[in-house]
Ligand binder design. Structure first.
Ligand SMILES: [Zn+2]
Length: 407
């Protein structure tokens, strides 16, 4: 089976995850696809193929040499985003793309004027949707690439490699993919998520993240007789918001710039609640931001009385760079593999989190490599077959280079 056939088969399964659900996986339809993947791994001759009751799948490609080589792993998620339907996906192939508008369905057009990323793929074969659902290249392209790479290594025994582990998991799109991932069972020294975007993406830095919850207690008095008595929680909420630096918001920042983001306000005269998220790549600056946030509440209490404003800050996740930096060989190997496969690396900090960050803090250093999908989470999502093939080659090359790691 070639890589596009494999991928197109996967897109026929609706594996949308759900934020509202408490069960694991969040939707039972994900388990139908998980079972299919388990059977495919068995059919392709992988060993120790296991699926637990939550839908986490683990498998092994055994070493083909007796050399002492670190065990490494490759991970992809099989759920698709709750943001856009993943039911009845109708993929089609645009062969030898010529750089013009693509009519996905009558009246639905994917245009390079709106999506200039298309122009990076002239001459390639693109898999697109009919414009009514997402495609699911995020992250079924990653699964197809890992599967294809394992088959390639199985068939080309002259390429020496150590024990390779593979894992496919549910619920990444709702931020829970790593929660039930069994790092001990996986048993790798390091691993890679194949879940990045276009050709060359390599990510090993993400935000440090915290939530900030502010509660404000006001005093309600008839407005005609309120002088010196009323404390208007609405007004205090805006005062608090204005104490945070005006330029440090998501809409004013990029790259390594951190921010405070006001997610929502609920407010009346008597009481107000504000929900913030706090983000920064740098751990020191992250800690400073949290201190500053709480100090704003202290200052308001000095002015309006103790207990008027409460600010509670809770950490959510951390920058995986902390765990990758002492293990830079994990990155060096990818960069070398990309170079040998003629893939120009694009290293950029993620302005969010990833499963790999959580796995890194669970003891499994885990950067993220491109899977090829573009315009994720929407009906204009597409993936280039040639980019998928490159990702597959990079995976094979990583296994090959790792085999001489101990030398
Ligand atoms: Zn993804």
């Amino acid at each position: 089976m070639n890589i596009q056939e494999r991928f197109i088969n996967y897109t026929k399964f609706d594996t949308q995850s759900s934020e509202e659900s408490e069960s694991v996986p969040s939707t039972s339809k994900q388990l139908i696809f998980a079972k299919y993947l388990k059977e495919e791994l068995e059919r392709e001759g992988l060993e120790d193929v296991e699926m637990d009751e939550m839908g986490y799948i683990y498998a092994t490609l055994p070493a083909n040499t007796k050399d002492d080589i670190p065990t490494i792993g490759f991970i992809s998620h099989y759920d698709t985003s709750p943001d856009c339907s993943g039911a009845n996906v109708k993929p089609s192939i645009v062969s030898n793309y010529d750089g013009t508008d693509i009519e996905l369905s009558p009246g639905i057009v994917s245009s390079p004027k709106k999506f200039p990323e298309l122009l990076n793929h002239i001459g390639e074969d693109l898999i697109v949707t009919d414009g009514t659902t997402l495609l699911g290249a995020d992250d079924k392209a990653g699964i197809a690439e890992i599967m294809q790479a394992m088959c390639y290594l199985r068939d080309n025994k002259e390429i020496k490699h150590g024990k390779i582990r593979v894992a496919f998991n549910p619920d990444e799109e709702i931020g829970k993919g790593a929660h039930n991932f069994n790092v001990e069972k996986f048993g790798c020294e390091w691993a890679y998520t194949i879940d990045g975007g276009d050709l060359g993406d390599l990510e090993f830095e993400n935000f440090n993240a915290a939530s900030g919850k502010v509660s404000i207690k006001g005093v309600s008095v008839h407005p005609g007789y309120a002088k010196g008595k009323m404390i208007n929680a609405n007004r205090l909420a805006t005062e608090f918001a204005n104490m945070l630096p005006a330029g440090e918001t998501p809409e004013e920042t990029e790259g390594y710039e951190g921010f405070y983001h006001l997610l929502g306000i609920e407010s009346g005269t008597e009481c107000a609640k504000m929900n913030y998220i706090i983000r920064d790549h740098d751990r020191g600056r992250f800690e400073d931001r949290k201190v500053f946030f709480k100090r704003c509440a202290d200052k308001m209490n000095e002015k309006y009385g103790e207990g008027t404003v409460t600010a509670v800050v809770s950490d959510q996740y951390y920058n995986m760079k902390e765990k990758i930096s002492p293990n830079m060989h994990v990155i060096d190997i990818v960069l070398k593999a990309m170079q040998e496969c003629d893939v120009p690396p694009k290293v950029e900090p993620i302005r969010g989190g990833t499963d790999g960050a959580q796995l890194s803090f669970k003891g499994l250093p885990c950067p993220n490599i491109f899977a090829g999908g573009v315009n994720f989470h929407g009906p204009y999502e597409f993936v280039s077959i040639q980019v998928m093939e490159k990702a597959m080659q990079v995976i094979v090359k990583i296994c090959e280079i790792t085999s001489s790691y101990n030398k």
